[in-house]
Design a protein around this ligand. Structure first.
Ligand code: FE
Ligand code: FE
Length: 195
């Protein structure tokens, strides 16, 4: 591991709750494996995986207060679905607290929860690694997404977005428009691809 990754990992070990830190390591190493398989930059994948939840070190109320303090604009969707806020705050912290300048890494942090249409491979890898890392509770369909994540990134993103949407709808939770857009985009992409 590079010095930069080690320094940031040690800092996060102190900031995050143990459970969150263990999840973080799971995402980092899963992202690294996926980068190997999909011939992507391993360091970028690990850095984005390591920092993806760095905005989750405090409560949602504190996350909102920090966003206000740093003048980070919050969309209506983010205020209605507070689980999204840590991605925006995390991107800011990655840049200003952890010194990350690579836009590819910063975008992967921004979109790790909702995805977005037309993601780069690194963005897809972090989005998927967050969902499939070994510490995740076994839910129906997870084994299949784990397998597909190592063969077809677009299809795996489509499956994950679909599962996320149906989970949110079943739980009666608010769905942010970006998750819906991600699903529609990757559904279309994988359908036209398979024809
Ligand atoms: Fe997250
Ligand atoms: Fe996460």
């Amino acid at each position: 591991m590079t010095n930069e990754l080690t320094t940031i990992r040690k800092k996060l070990e102190k900031t995050l709750k143990e459970e969150r830190y263990i999840h973080t390591l799971g995402v980092m190493y899963t992202a690294a494996s996926m980068a190997m398989r999909h011939e992507q930059d391993i360091h970028q994948a690990m850095m984005a995986g390591l920092l993806h939840d760095c905005g989750k070190y405090c409560s949602v109320d504190e996350q909102i207060a920090l966003c206000r303090k740093y003048h980070l604009p919050l969309t209506d969707a983010e205020l209605e679905v507070p689980a999204l806020i840590h991605a925006r705050l995390g991107t800011y912290l990655a840049e200003h607290e952890y010194g990350i300048r690579d836009p590819e890494v910063l975008n992967a942090i921004t979109y790790h929860t909702t995805g977005r249409p037309g993601m780069t491979a690194i963005e897809q890898i972090v989005y998927l690694a967050d969902y499939i890392e070994p510490g995740r509770k076994q839910i129906p369909g997870l084994s299949e997404v784990r397998k597909v994540s190592f063969s077809d990134l677009n299809l795996a993103v489509c499956m994950t977005a679909e599962a996320t949407l149906s989970f949110l709808k079943r739980a009666g939770r608010k769905v942010d428009p970006m998750t819906e857009k991600t699903y529609q985009y990757y559904k279309k992409k994988t359908q036209s691809h398979n024809k």
